[in-house]
Design a protein around this ligand. Structure first.
Ligand SMILES: CC(C)(COP(=O)(O)OP(=O)(O)OC[C@H]1O[C@@H](n2cnc3c(N)ncnc32)[C@H](O)[C@@H]1OP(=O)(O)O)[C@@H](O)C(=O)NCCC(=O)NCCS
Length: 225
């Protein structure tokens, strides 16, 4: 078991953003993590489901680095039953550490949405990413990008017009990460009906609306928004 990542303590007189501070300290935060030379991504199977809440719990430790979001480290996780439901529908992938155990160290799941735009009556299908998590000691090694690329390829091949998700603004491993892949943060006027509903549910569940954003990646042009 490795030590948890270094917790960053922002200095109040420092005017740099949390993102700047994170980049400055990132090498320290990663220095305790073992290197893995290979990982594999496959569709999740029923036997994976009982192991996935622990992966999400471990992933949540990343938020201990963020002064205002540290509470997420103790927040709940998706249940085994929810994972089984994603798995049954073929909408969950796991990253495994390439060893004989074949046990997941990361996962991504989501669901398909039929969207109607306000300007037309035709519908389009989007794949909404519900959750992506990588175990704390395996983060920063490209597994998150690998899972997102798997979802992008699958969604494009399944006729989806876009990937969507909701996440925390101004957090390097949330909005910053997705932007680096090509996602665009939507203005409130651009929200699809289902994204509007999801953001409302998040607000009702106690998440500060101004801290959250909805993001969109068009798959029309090979993944550029
Ligand atoms: C988001 C998450 C899945 C990314 O997984 P990962 O395997 O660390 O991702 P990668 O190694 O592919 O890195 C992706 C990018 O994340 C960004 N990143 C920012 N802060 C990071 C941090 N503290 N740790 C890891 N990655 C971070 C970097 O831009 C990184 O790209 P780079 O290495 O090219 O600079 C992982 O950080 C995680 O599980 N976080 C906790 C749960 C969470 O926030 N889920 C998303 C909910 S919307």
């Amino acid at each position: 078991m490795t030590a948890p990542p270094t917790i960053l303590h922002p200095i109040s007189s420092d005017t740099s953003t949390f993102s700047d501070q994170w980049h400055k300290h990132r090498s320290i935060a990663y220095s305790n993590k073992p290197l893995i030379s290979k990982f594999k991504i496959r569709l999740a199977e029923e036997r994976d489901a009982p192991l996935l809440p622990a992966v999400e719990r471990s992933a949540g430790r990343t938020f201990l680095q963020h002064p205002k979001l540290a509470w997420i480290a103790d927040d709940g996780t998706q249940s085994v039953e929810q994972h089984l439901d994603f798995i049954k529908r073929g909408l969950e992938w796991v990253a495994v550490n390439g060893d004989a155990k074949d046990a997941p160290v990361g996962f991504l799941n989501g669901f398909l949405n039929e969207e109607t735009t306000s300007t037309s009556t035709s519908t389009s299908t989007t794949f909404h990413i519900q959750e992506i998590s990588v175990e704390a000691e395996y983060q920063g090694k490209g597994i998150g990008r690998g899972l997102m690329e798997t979802a992008r390829q699958w969604a494009a091949g399944s006729g989806c017009e876009a990937l969507t998700l909701t996440t925390f603004r101004n957090v390097p491993w949330n909005e910053g990460f997705y932007r680096s892949i090509g996602f665009r943060t939507l203005d409130s006027s651009e929200l699809t009906r289902s994204l509007e509903v999801m953001m409302k549910k998040e607000a009702d569940a106690g998440l500060a609306l101004e801290a959250r954003c909805a993001m969109f990646l068009s798959l029309d042009s090979g993944g550029r928004s």
